[in-house]
Design a protein around this ligand. Structure first.
Ligand code: NAI
Length: 395
């Protein structure tokens, strides 16, 4: 894999893609960055910016790179000329982008998802892609576009990011190649299944939305300052819900390990993940409530809202629900169902937020119907039994 990083295709034109482009343009080892933008408007805006400088601002300072290495394309065949294809888009865009690239992807390509969220391995199998898959647990940066196609601000970089591969034996190569490329510590998670289950956003985001904001959906907040802080709204019952869902994931982990012999050490209780990820940024780690409330990285972030007459209302189309439920929680529910692990708390959240979104994910406690067809749960791809599921991971 280290040899592959001279030519890279970036798929996506949002915040994360800007941060990645800024990072890659500054690397001497990278000779060509192809930017694959199937959306016409984004492609036109980026094409107009080539030849100018691209700026990335981090807490350490601003870096400015020339853009000669950048080639903008909407042609999937051209995009597939790089051996390394990096998807930096929300999970709902993985399927459409991979479908367009599918005819041109070969065994020698490596597809990277930054981040992967859950269940991408099932989508790859459905498309019959022969390429290797590298999935990251999260985006290394908290970032926003400052000026489209020209400037990005990186507010913070994670201490480390988990990675998994399919096939799993390529993980070592991925750790070696992507650490220096992305400028962040990469830790192996063992397997793509561990990555799917160890997706912390699938618990934290829908769990807090359901637990802390379920009774506030009709409220109108008169000003931006009146919009509640997201993580500071975690109260005792919400923390209990999160902790309970995390225990359900841990029971599933044990069950899978018992049945398959697979090691899923990357899947850890939520409290431990918070401690390991944020370390000293958490002032008081005495309880889960305090871990959320005193985490410096979480300060100032408000619940997502939309403008409405007279102020702001909670946004039900937030990624916290539209990404973390179908490409997170529902996938873990599906895997739990296959291994016969009961998940009453996950079910409650899926049913609750499903009602808000006008979707029904469960019927008699099982994933089913229209709701299921919009998720990346294994059942959507016809995987119903543990043997079939483990086969995806080469077991
Ligand atoms: P974004 O909303 O800025 O990116 C959207 C981009 O995706 C669009 O600009 C477009 O280029 C592409 N896209 C969307 N639908 C498409 C389609 N059907 N076909 C082709 N391209 C399509 O999202 P952002 O912020 O870049 O996030 C990317 C991922 O990183 C998400 O999973 C997000 O949850 C995650 N993440 C982002 C963080 C951040 O600070 N931006 C922090 C942590 C995670």
């Amino acid at each position: 894999m280290p040899g592959l990083i001279r030519e890279i295709t970036v798929c996506g034109g949002g915040n994360g893609a800007h941060a990645l482009i800024g990072t890659l343009l500054a690397r001497e080892t990278v000779e060509r960055v192809r930017l694959y933008l199937p959306l016409d408007e984004e492609r036109a805006r980026f094409a107009a910016a080539v030849g100018r400088e691209f700026r990335i601002r981090t807490p350490e300072g601003e870096r400015c790179s020339p853009t000669e290495k950048l080639k903008i394309t909407g042609d999937p065949r051209e995009a597939a000329r790089s051996p390394l294809i990096v998807l930096v888009v929300p999970a709902f865009a993985h399927g459409p982008i991979l479908s367009s690239l599918a005819p041109y992807l070969t065994e020698s390509h490596v597809v990277v998802a930054l981040p992967a969220r859950s269940g991408l391995e099932f989508e790859m199998k459905r498309l019959g892609l022969p390429s290797a898959l590298v999935g990251f647990q999260t985006l290394p940066w908290a970032c926003r576009v400052a000026e489209y196609s020209r400037r990005v601000t990186v507010y913070g970089t994670k201490r480390w990011v988990g990675v998994a591969c399919l096939p799993a034996d390529r993980t070592g190569e991925a750790v070696q190649a992507f650490g220096p490329l992305l400028g962040v510590e990469i830790r192996p998670l063992g397997s793509m299944l561990a990555l799917s289950l160890a997706n912390p956003g699938q618990l934290i985001h829908p769990g807090i939305m359901y637990g802390a904001f379920g009774k506030k959906l009709d409220e109108v907040f008169p000003s931006e300052e009146a919009v509640p802080l997201f993580y500071l709204s975690v109260d005792g019952p919400t923390a209990e819900l999160l902790s309970g869902m995390s225990e359900e994931v841990m029971r599933l982990k044990e069950r899978v390990e018992e049945l398959s012999g697979m090691g899923l050490s990357g899947v850890m209780p939520l409290e431990e993940w918070l401690r390991r990820s944020y370390g000293e940024a958490i002032e008081d780690a005495s309880s889960l409530v305090q871990m959320f409330r005193t985490n410096r990285a979480y300060q100032g972030l408000r619940v997502p809202v939309v403008r409405t007459d007279g102020g702001y209302r909670i946004d039900l189309h937030t990624r916290y629900l539209t990404e973390d439920v179908p490409f997170g929680l529902a996938v873990t529910k599906g895997i739990s169902q296959i291994f016969g692990v009961a998940t009453p708390l996950m079910d409650e959240v899926l049913e609750g937020v499903g009602r808000w979104l006008g979707k029904r994910y469960l019927s008699q406690g099982m994933l089913a119907g229209q709701g299921l067809s919009e998720t990346r749960a294994p059942q959507r791809f016809g995987i119903q039994a543990s043997g079939q599921l483990l086969e995806v991971y080469g077991l």
